[in-house]
Ligand binder design. Structure first.
Ligand code: HEM
Length: 510
């Protein structure tokens, strides 16, 4: 006869197993999830009505103050978690970085890049391959250095144009000048010297950015065919992509011909690099022409607007803050007085100017909600809340940069490069992805690989503009009046037209 103690043992094991199975089923059922709190939602619209008419990162910061640092929204159909504290950001980008390392691919973006560029490629082997190519070849420190002559040439051309305006006491639309500078520097680094379709390319590129940045119907209601038909945005994106890719076909052909003819090449541009890697072969995913075009287009999209906006804000903040302007200008003029010109090689040593850039990126991160991520694993916990698979995750780095809990010594809304000086509370805080209160370049696996490229685009033009010119805003008695009036298009405030404000034009009298 069986030992009764064994019967009890088997019964006990069976009961425990049943309990575990029931518990795991319960955890998997949506009712049992502990979702983050969030504002009330409307049918169909979800939380969109809360965002209407305001910049999303601002209103999300205000909502997070009410609902907490991990907040649930629904943007149309798209479940979205917004993260707004240092600890929550660390959980998303460090603790569970791999689970949140993929990107949602909206209908518009799918058309524009097919997810084959670096920034929007789904997390996986293809992304790992192109990311490695970016780190080792396209955006490496050596490559950024190799573009020095391009930077110096473009900055010199800009200075001549500004000097001409200064000689005639003409006001300059500075954001336009800076955008052109960054676009020209980037196109030359990416595709070589200027080509005839440059203007069409830049126009279509801007159009593509507009199409992908907005809240488009098919992106908000991806399952609705009606939304897709009504908006027409996908068709527009297709037209835009065809034009851009058509131009890139021509540029790539020229590069191939140049390579075949063995013409003397003074330094590789990024298309040369990609064509070389394609020829060398041995890749898990061979680089076809569509991939090359998507990568080039993606790098241009990720690198140009971000750098130009930051540069615009850096100058705007110095003009608003005359004491900081005085210190930065004195430092630059002291450093380069004997040479009479700012050198790209030494610009990294300008201590105060670089603290100013850090401060600019704290106040005005050009990607205030980073590039969206998506939870790719069954269910992840952030600060004790469940984030289901497929949820879009936004990290409000704009809010983190202005949170008084992390920026105690000076008002977080004010521009004070001094907060990063030795001995101050912020002295150990940098934007390299380790301090989760300052994340203009993101953090973790998907952190910006173009940081060195972006900073190089920022430092030389800024230092040169301070070295050669004194700055004033025509019609403004007090520079503090610029408060709240950013340059056109900076911080997403494109609606603030240059003409309407008048104050966004600056004059160079020196
Ligand atoms: C001031 C300049 C720049 C800023 C503030 C900036 C910021 C960012 C941010 C916030 C992300 C997303 C990070 C994340 O999800 O954690 C990103 C991604 C990216 N950036 Fe930048 N960026 C800048 C310049 C550049 C430049 C100049 C390039 C290239 C020439 C570039 C190429 C990229 C690429 C390829 C990605 C996608 C990375 C991936 O998904 O794996 N960026 N950038």
């Amino acid at each position: 006869m069986a030992d009764p103690s064994h019967t009890y043992l088997y019964l006990g094991i069976a009961l425990v197993s049943l309990f575990v199975v029931l518990l795991s089923k319960r955890r998997r059922s949506p009712e049992a999830l502990r979702l983050p709190p969030g504002p009330w939602q409307l049918p169909v619209l979800g939380s969109l009505h809360h965002l209407a008419g305001q910049l999303p990162h601002r209103v999300m910061r205000d909502l997070a103050r009410r609902y907490g640092p991990v907040m649930m929204l629904r943007l149309g159909e798209v479940p979205t978690v917004v993260v707004s504290s240092r600890d929550a950001a660390r959980e998303v980008m460090k603790t569970h970085d791999s689970a949140f390392a993929t990107r949602p691919l909206s209908a518009t973006m799918r058309v524009l890049t097919k997810g084959r560029d670096i920034a929007l490629a789904p997390y996986g082997d293809y992304w790992r391959q192109v990311r490695r190519i970016a780190a080792m070849e396209l955006l490496s420190a050596r490559r950024v250095l190799s573009f020095r002559p391009i930077r110096e040439g473009e900055v010199a051309a800009m200075l001549r144009a500004v000097e001409d305006a200064a000689a005639h006491r003409r006001a300059v639309d500075m954001q336009a000048v800076l955008s052109a500078l960054v676009s020209d520097t980037t196109t030359r680094a990416v595709m070589g010297d200027r080509w005839k379709d440059r203007d069409v390319f830049l126009r279509e590129h801007d159009r593509a950015l507009q199409l992908s940045a907005g809240f488009n119907l098919p992106d908000l209601w991806p399952s609705s065919r009606l939304a897709g038909c009504l908006s027409g945005v996908v068709r527009e994106a297709e037209k835009c992509r065809d034009k851009v890719f058509g131009i890139l076909d021509g540029v790539i052909d020229q590069h191939l011909q140049k390579a075949e003819s063995g013409a003397d090449v003074d330094g590789e541009d990024l298309i040369d690099v990609l064509l070389r890697i394609r020829k060398e072969g041995g890749l898990q995913f061979p680089l076809d022409m569509d991939a090359i075009k998507a990568i080039i287009f993606g790098i241009f999209a990720a690198g140009s607007e971000t750098s130009a906006t930051t540069l615009g804000w850096a100058i705007a903040e110095l003009i608003r803050n005359p004491k900081a302007m005085q210190k930065a200008t004195a430092e630059v003029r002291r450093a380069f007085a004997s040479d009479g010109v700012v050198s790209d090689a030494a610009v990294g040593e300008l201590h105060y100017l670089n603290l100013g850039n850090r401060e600019t990126l704290r106040l005005h991160p050009p990607a205030p909600l980073l590039v969206p991520r998506e939870c790719r694993e069954p269910c992840q916990q952030v600060l004790g809340y469940d984030v289901p698979q497929g949820t879009q995750v936004l990290v409000n780095v704009w809010a983190l940069g202005r949170d008084e809990r992390y920026w105690p010594n000076y008002s977080p809304e004010e521009f004070h490069p001094e907060r990063f000086i030795d001995g101050e509370a912020g002295s150990m805080v940098d934007f390299k992805g380790f301090n989760f209160e300052l994340l203009p370049f993101g953090a973790g696996r998907r952190m910006c690989p173009g940081m060195a490229f972006g900073l190089a685009n920022l430092e030389l033009p800024l230092a040169s503009l301070l070295f050669h010119f004194d700055w004033e805003v025509p019609g403004l008695a007090d520079p503090a009046d610029l408060q709240g009036r950013p340059w056109a298009s900076a911080d997403g405030a494109t609606a603030l037209g240059l003409q309407k404000l008048g104050a966004s034009k600056i004059c160079i009298p020196h």
